[in-house]
Design a protein around this ligand. Sequence first.
Ligand code: NAI
Length: 257
Amino acid sequence: MTDSAGRHDLAGLKALVTGGASGIGRATADLLTARGADVAVLDRDITAVDKPLRGYAADVTDDETVRAAVATAVADLGGLDILVNNAGIGAQGTVADNDDAAWHRVLDVNVVGMVRTTRAALPALRRSRHAAIVNTCSVAATAGLPQRALYSASKGAVYSLTLAMAADHVREGIRVNCVNPGTVDTPWVGRLLDKADDPATERAALEARQPTGRLVRADEVAGAIAYLASPLSGATTGTSLAVDGGMQGLRLRPAGQ
Ligand code: NAI
């Protein structure tokens, strides 16, 4: 996106994307780069991260490594304006199906992981003139989906955390928003389908669950994240932007009726 002078909206801005080595995070890192930002990726596996992206290996469950990776990234970038808290893992089952260790693990990655990266990035964000944080939430935060008790609880927490962070940091000039994707065609969903008894039927069911009749593309989520990260959305904070093919908001009649 360019302004009337042909300048990219993110020109000169510095960004850090967690979970930026794959799927939504990778599409976001690439789009922020295309729109002029200098982008660092923090991921537990950075083997697929290549230039112009800067890769930093860290697991968001390890506070010390996160602090070190964020400090190095901020030093290399020469500051930080945009933090995309995107690293996350899935979980399937009802409330009866996951043991305590699984609950602690998923909440540790999906919720406390965002806390760790944000905590480490805040001093640099406070020095920015265009500070924005975008959290990757999910339609699972706002709609009851079957077999997703633990995952939904983690994303519900991400939604509430987004609002609380937006309130805490608005007077410091830091905006905080989240995106709520529906089912996105990423390696994650590929892994989910691989585990299904009948992957083709499972994929068709996921597609049919969305009013648009197809899975969301990672670049469509990246576009929403880039908007919320950009000075173009400078008056927007404490919101969630659905990128879900209408899944949360629409109630269709069956086809043909
Ligand atoms: P993905 O599996 O393709 O990518 C996730 C990335 O996060 C990977 O590069 C992985 O190495 C990294 N990661 C995972 N745990 C980590 C940890 N402990 N420390 C550091 N890095 C870690 O998944 P996808 O689909 O791109 O998901 C990204 C985010 O989008 C997640 O937060 C997920 O909950 C969310 N989301 C995904 C949806 C989907 O249908 N794919 C739908 C709604 C939300």
